[in-house]
Design a protein around this ligand. Structure first.
Ligand code: HEC
Length: 272
């Protein structure tokens, strides 16, 4: 590739769309209202369901504020709906009481249900995981959507989960860095087909083995005299990850060199 002839860079972070990211699929078993902002344009709802791939935000979880902040830029809100006004409406909605939230399970939660219960052992770093089950994969009357949330701590800690077969549809790992720990790092991953599968058996403990071994892929595409550089970070199971600091998505930098190895262009990938 001869970099100097490249005009009109079209750069993309391939997290969405290009590499099997959000594809606009609706979740058939969702109640009509869940995860949809009540914002209308030309009589149509302008947001598709988020709950198929992401956990509803919970006001009791402070890290969710940073995730909400990411909605100012996320490519999950499609171009025609991505006005500032529409994004703010979505954010307001996601914080509101209208959203149906999964059952929150944190350390100290006692499940007050007369159903078979098992446990998951949680990672040592702080994090959160959104578990979904098909109705017939849990006992009758058991919740099919759970949100686990935990703080960093010693190995071997567990959270109670009703017995059943779940998919971990999205998860986040949280970290702190910088002066006075003022930087809040967050790695999120989503996969509507399940980042991992989790089978919880009565009276047994299963590890919450989140696959957080992500690898960055960069490649170039040339078409009609234009070139496109694409980048994504995913794991071998098709899970895509996003890294953010204090709610701002961290996108990688790139540099382009000509055939003689001279730097001709540098920049930061855009989120598309
Ligand atoms: C078909 C699955 C799918 C749907 C539906 C979906 N997303 Fe995403 N979303 C993803 C994936 C995959 C990522 C990249 C991994 C991650 O950060 O979790 C992502 C990332 C994000 C991020 C992190 C920042 C970023 O852009 O990388 C935000 C915020 C977000 N989505 C919000 C939403 C909202 C709000 C909706 C509903 C309007 C929605 N998503 C619908 C799959 C989906």
């Amino acid at each position: 590739m001869h970099a100097r002839t490249l005009a009109g860079w079209a750069l993309a972070l391939a997290a969405a769309g290009a590499l099997g990211g959000p594809s606009g699929a609706e979740d058939a078993d969702e109640p009509a209202d869940e995860g949809l902002a009540p914002v209308q344009k030309d009589g149509k709802r302008i947001f598709r369901s988020c709950a198929g791939c992401h956990c509803a935000t919970d006001p009791r979880i402070s890290e969710d504020n940073d995730w909400l902040r990411m909605n100012r830029t996320t490519a999950c809100v499609k171009a025609e709906d991505a006005t500032l006004e529409a994004r703010q409406a979505l954010e307001t909605y996601l914080k509101s009481d209208r959203v149906i939230r999964p059952l929150l399970v944190t350390e100290g939660t006692e499940l007050k249900i007369k159903l078979p219960v098992g446990a998951v052992s949680i990672p040592e770093v702080s994090g959160s995981a959104y578990l979904r089950a098909d109705g017939d994969a849990v006992a009758r009357g058991a919740p099919t959507k759970l949100r686990l949330h935990w703080q960093a701590g010693a190995k071997g800690r567990t959270l109670p989960v009703p017995a059943g077969e779940y998919r971990v549809v999205s998860y986040a790992l949280y970290g702190r860095a910088g002066k006075d720990n003022a930087e809040r790092w967050m790695m999120t991953a989503s996969n509507m087909n399940g980042c991992i599968d989790l089978t919880v058996e009565e009276g047994k403990t299963v590890p919450l083995d989140l696959r957080s071994h992500f690898v960055g892929d960069a490649f170039a595409e040339a078409k009609d005299g234009k070139a496109k550089l694409l980048y994504s970070q995913s794991d071998p199971h098709g899970n895509v990850a996003t890294l953010s600091v204090n709610g701002d998505v961290r996108l990688p930098e790139y540099r382009v060199f000509d055939a003689d190895g001279r730097p001709v262009h540098r920049g930061v990938f855009e989120n598309t």
